[in-house]
Design a protein around this ligand. Sequence first.
Ligand code: PPS
Length: 288
Amino acid sequence: MASRLPLKMVGDMPLIGYFADNWENVKNFQAEEGDLLIDTYPKSGTTWISEIVDLVLHDGETKTSQRGAIYERVPFLEFAIPGMPTGAEQLNEMKPPRFIKSHLPVHLLPESFWEKNCKIIYVARNPKDTLVSYYHFYRMAVVHPDPGTFDEFLHQFIKGTVSYGPWGAHNKDFWKIRHQRDILYLFYEDILEDPKREIRKVMKYIGKDLPEDVVEKIYKRTTFKAMKDNSMANYSTIPSSIMDQNISPFMRKGTCGDWKSHFTVAQNELFDEYYKKEMSDTDLTFRF
Ligand code: PPS
């Protein structure tokens, strides 16, 4: 049973309390050559891209997505909740090359990922939809502090005091180094727009040449509806004492633009100001 602990600081980043308590094991995690990392700011499409990559790695075999829950197939590096194996423990028991999930920003990723030149797939999502998705996730995943009202949460997000810290720096820092390092930088909105095109990008990046019928199969297996109905992808196997899907389902809307049904005109103006300032020193842009 988890409870709503306050966030704790890890360096300059606020983090889920339980995760922060396990930080030494995360910091010292040894990535190995060939490990593949999915990194995202929370609620940007991590589960979606994980399912896609897992299927690509296994030639579209549908058995693949049934061999275990997504959090077992792609262990979450910084995960730690009392009574459950931590992400680092799960990973340490697996033989490399491993497929790893993390939400850590560039400057807090364990050094070994850079030393071993691991491939990294980063997924970015427009911050308005990310914020809405994060708000509902805070409500249902009780390892987070109480989010308060949507307006209160929006202010926390703008201030960068939510778990994993500021959205802007997270996205910009990976964007900045994407050509220096082996990083495939993708956008949630692009996957929505043309999933097969993005699946092919993933294939090219990880060196998989799959025929069109397999691409089609992967696409069908990773639609919002298919993943919502797949108990191995929709987190329904996590006890409701940790994630209460009656409050808000993990597979909630899966669209671009849901923010329009949450933001007031005043909140939108405030957020646009924040966005303009955040984006003033980068050529990274988002679609809303
Ligand atoms: S987490 O907890 O940070 O790992 O969450 P993450 O997986 O990054 O993000 C969850 C949001 O992604 C949506 N999602 C999808 N959208 C479209 N298609 C597919 N297949 C899909 N799978 C997951 C999920 O619904 C969450 O977004 P919202 O806006 O809340 O619906």
